[in-house]
Design a protein around this ligand. Structure first.
Ligand code: SF4
Length: 293
């Protein structure tokens, strides 16, 4: 694993996120990996608030806010302009929540991926519309409480990774906060690749998931160790599991969050098994385990 100096701090203290916000920590790690030659497009989401406004913005790199639907289109135009100006070395990154990615902006995301635009699309996935009061999205997991699913969501979470895989883009990865080296390594790798790159960040949200704000990283780790959130990458169609989970008891993840009070552990065990059966078929035994859990 190539590591470089991660001293760059692109996120200022005093930003507007809740205490313990996984999405804020995720941005900090992403910019440590990418450096300051980055332009960020942020569709409607918690990050529309976290970023603040000029001249008090929390990001030290240039950013543009957008509506839910058009961030990939704006990023496409931004990259074309940079190319025209002879500054093609600057990375353009969309930083979107799951509402913009899985639901409202999926059309423009799909179109930009199909055109293989030279941008990095990041979904910081907090598994609901947190900014507007914790409504369910198609990323919300089965049985999770939200204000629009008060007795638990009935449907399983949409599989966005397989959806993006179907677009035949050059690079797809999943990352989360408890594995910062894996996280930053994948962002660095994505930055060096040309074409459309998609990175899914599991970003625990103490407000919407109902846990104490000091437990964000611990819950991020539990998501991986229980097999709920696989850490993998897909490079030119080749699947690779980057961290092999211990598959500890699913109850430890469900009990860690108030949103799962209606969850059935047996149903979750089946869902996790289905997910891993599917991944193992694609991964074909390729495990680049940089860290064995
Ligand atoms: S609601 Fe959740 S995602 Fe939004 S700022 Fe607060 S902790 Fe972060």
């Amino acid at each position: 694993m190539e590591l470089k100096d991660f001293s760059y701090e692109g996120l200022s203290s005093g930003h507007l996120a809740c205490a313990g916000c996984g999405a804020a920590l995720a941005m900090r790690l992403a910019l440590k990996a990418l450096g300051d030659k980055v332009r960020v497009v942020i569709p409607a989401s918690c990050w529309s608030v976290i970023a603040g406004r000029h001249p008090d913005a929390s990001l030290k790199v240039p950013m543009m806010h957008s509506t839910f639907e058009v961030a990939p289109s704006i990023a496409t135009g931004m990259k074309a302009a940079l190319r025209r100006l002879g500054t093609d070395h600057i990375t353009v990154m969309v930083w979107a929540g799951d509402g913009a990615t899985y639901d409202i902006g999926f059309g423009s995301l799909s179109a930009a991926a199909e055109r293989n635009e030279d941008i990095i699309y990041v979904c910081y996935d907090n598994e609901a519309y947190m900014n507007t009061g914790v409504q369910r999205s198609s990323s919300t997991p089965q049985s999770a409480w939200t204000t629009t699913t008060p007795t638990g969501k009935l449907e399983r979470k949409k599989d966005i990774i397989t959806s993006m895989f179907a677009h035949r883009i050059p690079y797809i990865a999943t990352v989360t906060l408890a594995y910062p080296e894996d996280f930053m390594h994948k962002f660095q790798k994505a930055q060096k690749i040309k074409g459309f790159r998609f990175i899914l960040v599991l970003a625990p949200c103490p407000t919407g998931w109902r846990f104490e704000e000091s437990r964000t990283v611990e819950i991020s780790r539990l998501a991986v160790e229980t097999g709920v959130f696989p850490l993998l990458e897909i490079e030119n169609g080749i699947w690779k599991i980057t961290v092999r989970p211990k598959m500890i008891e699913i109850g430890s993840y469900l009990k860690s969050q108030g949103r799962f009070q209606h969850a059935d552990p047996e149903e979750w065990k089946r869902a996790v098994k289905d997910q891993w059966d599917f991944i193992e078929k694609f991964a074909g035994g390729q495990h680049g385990c940089d860290s064995a859990l």
